[in-house]
Design a protein around this ligand. Structure first.
Ligand code: MN
Ligand code: MN
Length: 467
């Protein structure tokens, strides 16, 4: 017979919080559902390596579920499923609820842009029989991480006559890939003395794109000419078309299970497609909702949310106003009664680098969806800091729906920092809190998430949007 628990043990059980590994809380059936869900997530990742591709995939999936394109003024009724695409780079989806619009909506917002290497406007040059592209990196990267690995080229060029040429090279098994070179260690005696930040400099992120000359002795820059000849023959491009293009170099890897136990997923772009996909799947599964459910998949978060497809622009606010108009309600009323889960990843505790976080308040892999009350840096600068009331609301939501969840903070007080779109949404006058998936090696070309956390984040969005 087991020993009876002491008074102190019982009291401790009653009063202490316990953080358990999600896999010890979930049933076997739920773990199987979780692993299944992550198979489709990996597929989404491989199909959606840029903001444009993620927007396109989201719209394709939404149309399959009966969502139709929304234009302002369109009559709406409960049960309607609509989407709005902002310039091909951001998407808003909504399922109209039965509750009156003045009660606000349930909004989840995630971003679909990820750090990468953008091509400059005049990218192509030749140097000693090697053709290269100049790049300007996008978002916060550790530049040295982007060398010596296969890269794929994704993006679009707009020709003078307005026609678009879309490229995606490096993803098919038979495609060529591209490459940023790094120095061999033997000749890096000076380079290794640079700081890690300077190990590879911005202007050294040059992508090798070819090395075979055009067979004609009369011209100079024969390798560059040969590259342009290939691009012209295959895609109808000329050098001037790069001026009006958005080409992005991204890691050519596919999303894969990581670990003997396959408990983790390695991929480019988990930040923030892991929150985008979980929020998207949650709204795609919405049928009849009480409160109108809205999911916003935005662009430009990694460069500060400015620009017409970023959340500092008015596009989401305008959409919510249009929605309110459709029901004869003031936009400001709808917005100020709106509750929002700002969906973004948080840093997962890394056993190799324990010193950067304060363990009692850090997020851990497999401990569930992370709820982050505040972001910001050194004195919460730049945060929207969710109210105790709203955190209490979200806490109840998690616990009433058996969602494994944890709280998180982005690093030690004097060390950490970072922001999400939460503050810009809160500035519109709605209740906002950050939720999302903990990530190892965030912003690296290959990031890691735990499958249970992905699934718990999906469950959190389902519970919130269907409440
Ligand atoms: Mn993010
Ligand atoms: Mn990020």
């Amino acid at each position: 017979m087991s020993k009876e628990k002491s008074k102190a043990e019982l009291l401790k059980e009653q009063l202490f919080m316990e953080k358990k590994h999600a896999a010890l809380i979930m049933s076997e059936a739920e773990i199987a559902a979780c692993d299944d869900f992550c198979e489709s997530y990996k597929d989404f990742l491989d199909r959606s390596k840029t903001e444009r591709e993620a927007a396109k995939t989201a719209i394709t999936l939404a149309k399959e579920e009966g969502f139709r394109e929304y234009t302002a003024g369109m009559p709406l009724k409960a049960g309607d499923k609509i989407y709005y695409c902002n310039r091909g780079k951001a998407v808003i989806l909504a399922v109209i609820g039965t509750e009156p619009a003045e009660k606000g909506v349930h909004l989840a917002a995630a971003h679909i842009d990820s750090p990468r290497l953008d091509l400059k406007q005049n990218p192509l040059y030749e140097d000693n029989d090697i053709a290269l592209f100049k790049t300007h990196y996008y978002g916060g990267i550790k530049k040295y991480q982007w060398t010596a690995m296969p890269l794929a080229l994704h993006g679009v060029a707009v020709k003078k006559d307005g026609t678009k040429v879309e490229l995606c090279i490096g993803e098919d098994e038979n495609d060529p890939v591209f490459f940023v070179s790094d120095l061999l260690p033997h000749l890096a005696q000076e380079q290794v003395k640079r700081t890690l930040a300077e190990g590879i400099k911005g202007e050294e992120l040059n992508v090798v794109v070819g090395s075979r000359p055009f067979r004609d002795d009369d011209v100079s820059e024969k390798v560059k000419l040969n590259i342009l000849a290939v691009l012209n023959e295959k895609y109808g491009l000329t050098e001037a078309d790069f001026l009006s293009a958005e080409f992005e170099m991204v890691p050519a890897f596919k999303a894969k299970d990581v670990g003997f136990d396959r408990s983790l997923i390695g991929s480019y772009g988990h930040d923030d497609r892991v929150c985008a996909y979980t929020a998207l799947e949650a709204i795609l599964g919405c049928d009849k909702v009480n409160k109108t459910a809205v999911v916003c998949l935005t662009d430009k978060e990694e460069t500060g949310s400015d620009g017409n497809t970023g959340l500092c622009s008015a596009y989401l606010k305008n959409f919510l106003h249009d929605l309110a108009d459709s029901f004869g309600v003031k936009g400001r009323t709808l917005i100020s009664n709106t509750e929002c889960l700002s969906a973004d990843v948080n840093a997962a505790f890394d056993p190799t680098f324990p010193d950067v976080v304060e363990k009692r308040n850090a997020a851990f892999l497999n401990k569930g969806v992370v709820v982050t009350k505040f972001t910001g840096a050194r004195g919460k600068s730049g945060t929207s800091d969710a109210s105790a009331e709203f955190v209490g609301r979200v806490r109840a939501l998690m616990e009433n729906n058996n969602i494994v969840w944890q709280t998180g903070e982005l690093g030690k007080v004097d060390l950490g920092g970072g922001g999400t779109v939460a503050a810009y949404l809160a500035n519109l006058d709605m209740d906002v809190i950050d939720v999302g998936v903990p990530v190892l090696a965030m912003h690296a070309p290959y990031e890691i998430v735990a499958k249970t956390d992905v699934y718990m984040t999906y469950k959190a969005f389902c519970a919130f949007l269907n409440e």
